[in-house]
Design a protein around this ligand. Structure first.
Ligand code: CP
Length: 329
């Protein structure tokens, strides 16, 4: 068991080895149990986390902030637009200065071709660990909470479980591709057979696809891609886990108007009761939220007996507390 994660950054999903992720999960389950019993667990007393946001959030902000308080520390909410970042503070200043003020720096920056580089640049200059609260490539804390939820619902032995990671139609905005990319990287390590389904224009980054295939080979799991206009229905057949969410057509076009036009061709990619019937009877429905209700997924499915979306959102808290306690202690 690899337990020494002190001062480590978590930026990409594979930054922690499988053994280290298992340590995170063990700690997360323990912290969840302690919270349920009202046992105090101030592992980070007097420690402070900077939470630097370049993009909006409900769950990420709430769970990091609550998590730090429950660990006996404090989280400082900092919106980039209220800082001097627009007036000259580069990642060097943020890394050097925040790294000295704070015991950890968590950053959300999802701008295409900018966010991940920014987070890595801050990490280069920070003496404190840097945690990725979502960039345009990865959403590692969401993925840890997803894995924790799958283990709770399906057990520790996930070998031969079919997990569908599917694109879904949504009209609100072109969502980042980071969630599906994190899932296809992490889940093969835990034995799941991943089926990735999307219309042809919604490909993921080639280097991430290569890395996911490599993980699947290494851990002897299945990795199938269904890339056709009616792929959602095909993918759902006999699935154990359905993870269907929208993402943008960034690999096809960086023009948002053109992207919206492409998205509008696939309104039939909605998770509804009829499609869920093709999956196993005890299949779970997952979504990181926010979802476009009755556009991306019907309320019948989202609020139905197969949905685990609120347990999944809760597990953000426990998974993040585990990583913070291990890296910032
Ligand atoms: N799933 C997730 O990251 O939610 P928020 O965007 O609300 O933080």
């Amino acid at each position: 068991m690899q337990t020494d994660l002190r001062r480590r950054d978590l930026i990409g999903d594979l930054d922690f080895s499988k053994e280290e992720v298992e340590t995170v999960l063990d700690v997360a389950f323990d912290l969840k149990r302690k919270r349920a019993l009202g046992e105090l667990h101030p592992y980070l007393r007097d420690k402070v986390l900077a939470m630097l946001f370049f993009f909006s959030s409900t769950r990420t902000r709430g769970s990091f902030e609550a998590g730090m308080a429950q660990l006996g520390g404090h989280a400082a909410f900092i919106e980039s637009k209220t800082t001097q970042i627009a007036h000259g503070d580069t990642p060097v200043e943020i890394g050097e200065i925040f790294g000295r003020y704070f015991d950890g720096i968590a950053i959300r920056h999802v701008d295409w071709k900018i966010g991940n580089q920014y987070i890595n640049d801050v990490a280069k200059y920070s003496r404190s660990p840097v945690l990725n609260m979502q960039c345009e490539i990865y959403h590692p804390f969401q993925c840890l909470a997803d894995l924790m939820t799958i283990i709770e619902k399906k057990g520790r032995d996930l070998r031969r479980k079919k997990m569908v990671v599917s694109w879904a139609y949504a009209a609100s905005y072109q969502k980042p591709i980071s969630v599906p990319q994190s899932l296809i990287l992490q889940m093969p390590r835990f034995g799941m057979d991943v089926v990735l389904a999307h219309p042809p224009e919604f490909k993921l980054m080639p280097q991430i696809m290569d890395a996911a295939q490599e993980q699947a080979r290494k851990f002897h799991t299945g990795f199938e891609v269904i890339s056709d206009a009616d792929g959602m229905e095909k993918a759902f057949k006999d699935a154990d886990i359905i993870y269907a969410k929208s993402w943008g057509a960034m690999l096809t076009t960086e023009d948002p108007n053109e992207g919206s036009k492409i998205i509008s061709q696939y309104k039939h990619w909605i998770t509804d009761a009829k499609k869920m019937k093709a999956a196993k009877e005890d299949a779970i429905y997952m979504h990181p939220l926010p979802a476009d209700r009755d556009v991306e997924v019907t309320s019948e499915v989202m609020d139905g007996p197969n949905s685990v979306v609120f347990d999944e959102a809760e597990n953000r808290l426990h998974a993040q507390k585990a990583v913070m306690a291990l890296t910032m202690a």
